[in-house]
Design a protein around this ligand. Sequence first.
Ligand SMILES: [Fe+2]
Length: 500
Amino acid sequence: MQRRAFLQQTASALALTSLFGRAAADAYQQAFKAALPQAPWLAGLESVAQPAYDTTVAVSGRWPAALSGTLYRNGPARHDIGNFRYKHWFDGDGMLHAYRFDGKTLRHQAKMVMTTKYTEELAAGRPLYPGFASPVPNPAPVSSADAVNVANISVLHHHDKLLALWEAGSPWEMNADTLDTLGTYSFSADTDGAPFSAHPRVEPDGTLWNFGYLSAAGLLALWHIDAQGRVVKVGTVPAAPMGMPHDFVVTDRHIVVLLCPLHYRGIEGSTFLDAHEWAGDAPTRVLVVDKNDFSSYRWFELPAQWVFHFGNAWEDSQGVIHFDAARAPTPTLMQDNFRRYMRGDAGEERPSQHYSYRIDTRQGKATESALFEQSFATEFPVIDPRVSCRRNDRLVMLHRKATSKAAHPMLTGVSTYSYSTDRLESYDYPATVIPEEHLYVPRPGSAPESDGWIVGTALDFARLETQLNVFDAQHLQDGPIASAALPYTLPLGLHGKFVA
Ligand SMILES: [Fe+2]
């Protein structure tokens, strides 16, 4: 597609997707405060105590000499503005964290992402703009998606830029050393403001692919960016009824996007989440796009389901695309539980189960099968980044076992799985610890997937500390080989990236 046409479609769609909110009484803050003493896990959903941190602590255990670098993480952190509390976990304003370690100490730096929304609401002392699922009293008009961009989902380190990512607007550029916010980031003048999802896929050579959704226009935007950060091509695919895709996968030939049947129905007088309707009798539509030509695509179908996160994808010589994902039967976790959390209520358990998928591009058929028992719930699947968009053998993920005695409703441990040996290894955290996303960090110089560490943060709500733990990826079940604990808790976050 020509860039001018892409820009025009994007601009009109962004205008149409302006969010509107309506006034609502705020009982959430009171309910949350009342629930906290009986449910100490809710410490992970309190507003962050400070707008910035810079703390250095000693590490304990056998910290590997070769493991040195920075883990950048992002997540919703400010959940309250004065007497107003957001009504959904995903509405919290983003805070960017840097965990810098050298084998002796851990330095934790963090700063709020100074988005337009955060900055203006801080000055006003009250909410001005509606959130993803939070109506606000007397909302100000929303001029663009970036006016309500909270930059709170993930982080990307690419072509020497550190970018805090939301999913419906621009990346926010951050100073990698100071974590100061530099402003919204444009990959090119004619893609300014176009939606850039929080889950770009980066190939081993640095080639970057991403998508973004333009719900009101019924379009899915696609991005192809080179290792130097230059836009190679952009395009749109007509995809109505639009779902709310959060992640996608890429093989050496194709882009695959699942449009789960959480259909966009229009947004008048509601929030963005409420503008969607679950159509449980409709299929999940699977879009397969040629990486070389965004105008060449096919659709496949799978049963209705909800997927936040995929592990990886690859393609065999018979034209079969293989990928895996944490699959839930419905989006109830997002539509219900993540609202309840904000008023101090865990709600019913809504586990997602890990599935592997096959799309036979020659037979025109998509199929799925569960990888593990239903009693073993998973989320946050990751791989060795050196096999991204290529065939992988190993998977790292968080899990929750049905037999868990955890004193909280979140994920409870970390697992690794090998497809070739069918071996699943797990480590269960103590009952009062909530793990966040754990990443596979390769040992420098090692062959892909052969040697490395699993590195992740966790909230210990009994000790009131946020920890960083390191596991030997070959001996996960032995527990952390090294750890560092901060003398405070941080709000539970979402995704990170390790930079050696
Ligand atoms: Fe995500």
